[in-house]
Design a protein around this ligand. Structure first.
Ligand code: CS2
Length: 486
C-alpha cells in the first residue's frame, strides 16, 4: 500500500475530510516543542481549522527533543497525517495540513535556534509533559539538582532539556532583532506557562541574564488548559486506519470527538484564529485547569493504578465493570468535585457525567499503562491538593494506597522520572510506615508532623495491608452511601 504524502493524498478515501488552503505557500508562524500524538490531535488541529477558516501564515515547525521517531513518521509524509475521532455516536477522519516539518533538536540544533530567532515565528507552544519543566519541590522553581539541567547550565550552547533549548533559542531571538513572542504551555500543570516562565527566568538568570529585561517586556506566557484523550496509536490500529484511508499513514492518530482548549488572553503577538476553531480565550484559566486536572486527570490516574493492579488493560475495560465504574463515580462525586471551586456558570455535574462517558468510549483503547507513566509527577498535580481537603480515610486515599502498593509490592514496570528512588524503596526492607513516608516524599508530601497527615498515613497503612491480604478489590467495595467523604 502506498504511503500518505502530498503526491499521494489524492488517493485518500473520499470519506476523509481535507484542508483546502494552499499548503505550498503556507509559511511557519508557530514552533512547537514536543510534537507527540497529543499535539497532533489538539493544537495542530485547532491551527488547521483556523487556517481553513481564516488563513494566515501559521504553519507549524515541530521539534522533537529526543527521539527521531515522529520525524520519521511525518517528514516522509510532507508533514501530513490523519486524525480519526470516534465514539459510540459516530466517527470522522480528517487530514491535517498545519504541520510543515519536524526537526529533531539534538541533530538539528542550529535549525531549531534559527526558527526560534525568526520574527515570523510568533508563537512557541509546548507539550513536553510534566517532568519536562524540571520543577523543584516547591513546584515553581527550577530543580537545580536535575542532572540534565546541571549539564545544560554548564554548556548552554549544547543544551538538551526543553528549558535549555528554549533558553538558547531565546538568546538567538534576542540577538537577531528581539521580536516579541508568545510562549504557551499545553501541559497538564496548573498555571503551566507561569511556571514555565519562572524556571526559564531562573535558567536565563544563570546563563544569559542580559536578555531578561527583553523577556519581561516582550515575551508573554499565556497559561492554557488543554483537553482531549489521545491514546498512543497501536500497530494494529495503524493497519486498521490504513484500510480505512486507502493509504499507509505512519503518523495516524486515533482520538475522541471531544476537544477543549482554554487559553489566557494575554498574548504578546497576534495569534491564529483559534477561537473560530473552538478555543476559548479567557482572563483566568485557573478554575478550568483545576477542574480538569483534579477531576479528569485525577480519576484517570486512579483508574490507571487500580486498573493495573486489577489487570485491566484499558480505561474502557475498567469502566465496563459495574462496581469499578461505581467507584469512579463516587470518587468524583464524594471526593473530587466537592474540593473544586468553579465559576458559577461551569456545570461541574454535567462535566463529570460527560467524563464518565468519555472514559467508557470503547473505541479509544487508552491503556492504563500509558496513563500510569510518570506517576510521581502526575500525582502531585492531580491528587495532593484534594487529599488535603479530605479528612482521614477517603476513596482518593484508597487510590493512593493502590499506587503505593503498585510501587512497593509488585513487580509492575515503573516508567517514572524517580524510578531509581522508587525501585530502591521497593527493595527496601524498612518498616512499612517508614517506606510509605518516604514514598509520599516522592510526591511532595513531607508533613510527618502534621496530625491530619498522620491520620491519613495510618489509614494508608491499613489500606495497604488489606490490599496485601485480600487484593485491591477489597478496597473498592463502596461504604454505605451517606457517609461523609466516602
Ligand atoms: C492522561 C492525560 O496520560 C495521562 O496522564 O490523564 O493524557 C489525559 O488523557 C489528557 O489530559 C486528557 O485531556
Amino acid at each position: 500500500m502506498k504511503r500518505l504524502s502530498v503526491d499521494t493524498c489524492r488517493l485518500l478515501s473520499n470519506a476523509v475530510l481535507r484542508p483546502d488552503y494552499d499548503r505550498t505557500t503556507l509559511r511557519p508562524g508557530i514552533l512547537h516543542l514536543g510534537v507527540g500524538a497529543f499535539h497532533r490531535a489538539h493544537q495542530a488541529v485547532y491551527t488547521d481549522t483556523a487556517l481553513q477558516r481564516s488563513g494566515g501564515d501559521w504553519g507549524i515547525i515541530g521539534v522533537s527533543l529526543r527521539s527521531d521517531s515522529v520525524a520519521q513518521q511525518l517528514n516522509p509524509q510532507d508533514g501530513l497525517y490523519t486524525v480519526h475521532s470516534e465514539d459510540a455516536d459516530g466517527e470522522q477522519t480528517r487530514l491535517v495540513g498545519s504541520v510543515l516539518e519536524v526537526l529533531v533538536a539534538p541533530q538539528a540544533a542550529a535549525a531549531v535556534d534559527a526558527w526560534m530567532a525568526e520574527p515570523s515565528i510568533r508563537i512557541i507552544t509546548l507539550t513536553i509533559t510534566e517532568k519536562g519543566y524540571c520543577l523543584g519541590a516547591d513546584g515553581w522553581s527550577l530543580d537545580l539538582a536535575n542532572a540534565q539541567i546541571v549539564q545544560d547550565m554548564q554548556a548552554p550552547g549544547a543544551a538538551r532539556s526543553a528549558i535549555g533549548v528554549l533558553a538558547r533559542g531565546l538568546l538567538q531571538r534576542f540577538n537577531h532583532g528581539a521580536a516579541p513572542l508568545s510562549i504557551v504551555s499545553c501541559d497538564n500543570l496548573t498555571e503551566n506557562s507561569a511556571r514555565l516562565r519562572q524556571v526559564l527566568r531562573q535558567y536565563l538568570q544563570a546563563c544569559h541574564p542580559h536578555i531578561l529585561p527583553w523577556l519581561d517586556e516582550s515575551v508573554a506566557f499565556p497559561c492554557s488548559m488543554v483537553d482531549r484523550i489521545v491514546p498512543a496509536t497501536s500497530a494494529s490500529r495503524l493497519s486498521e486506519q490504513a484500510r480505512l484511508l486507502g493509504l499507509r499513514d505512519e503518523a495516524a492518530i486515533v482520538t475522541e470527538p471531544f476537544t477543549q482548549w482554554i487559553i489566557e488572553n494575554s498574548f504578546a503577538t497576534e495569534i491564529p484564529d483559534w477561537p473560530c476553531a473552538g478555543a476559548q480565550l479567557v482572563a483566568d484559566v485557573r478554575p478550568f485547569e483545576a477542574a480538569k486536572l483534579r477531576l479528569l486527570n485525577a480519576s484517570h490516574s486512579a483508574i490507571a493504578y487500580l486498573g493495573l493492579l486489577l489487570e485491566k488493560d484499558t480505561v474502557a475495560d475498567f469502566m465496563a465493570e459495574h462496581a469499578l465504574k461505581q467507584f469512579v463515580q463516587r470518587l468524583m462525586s464524594a471526593n473530587l468535585m466537592p474540593a473544586l471551586r468553579v465559576p458559577s456558570d461551569f456545570d461541574l455535574g454535567h462535566y463529570a457525567e460527560q467524563l464518565q462517558r468519555r472514559f467508557e468510549n470503547p473505541r479509544l483503547h487508552h491503556r492504563c499503562a500509558q496513563i500510569a507513566m510518570d506517576g510521581s509527577e502526575k500525582i502531585r498535580q492531580r491528587w495532593v491538593e484534594t487529599l488535603e481537603t479530605l479528612p482521614g480515610d477517603s476513596l482518593l486515599l484508597r487510590a493512593l494506597a493502590g499506587w503505593c502498593y503498585l510501587v512497593l509490592a509488585t513487580d509492575i514496570e515503573l516508567d517514572d522520572p524517580r524510578r531509581g528512588e522508587l525501585l530502591a524503596l521497593r527493595r527496601n526492607t524498612a518498616p512499612l510506615g517508614q517506606r510509605l513516608r518516604e514514598l509520599l516524599r516522592c510526591i511532595n508530601i513531607d508533613r510527618a508532623d502534621d496530625p491530619d497527615w498522620q491520620e491519613r498515613l495510618a489509614c494508608l497503612e491499613r489500606h495497604y495491608a488489606s490490599i496485601a491480604d485480600g487484593g485491591i478489590r477489597s478496597l473498592l467495595t463502596l461504604p454505605a452511601p451517606g457517609r461523609p467523604n466516602a
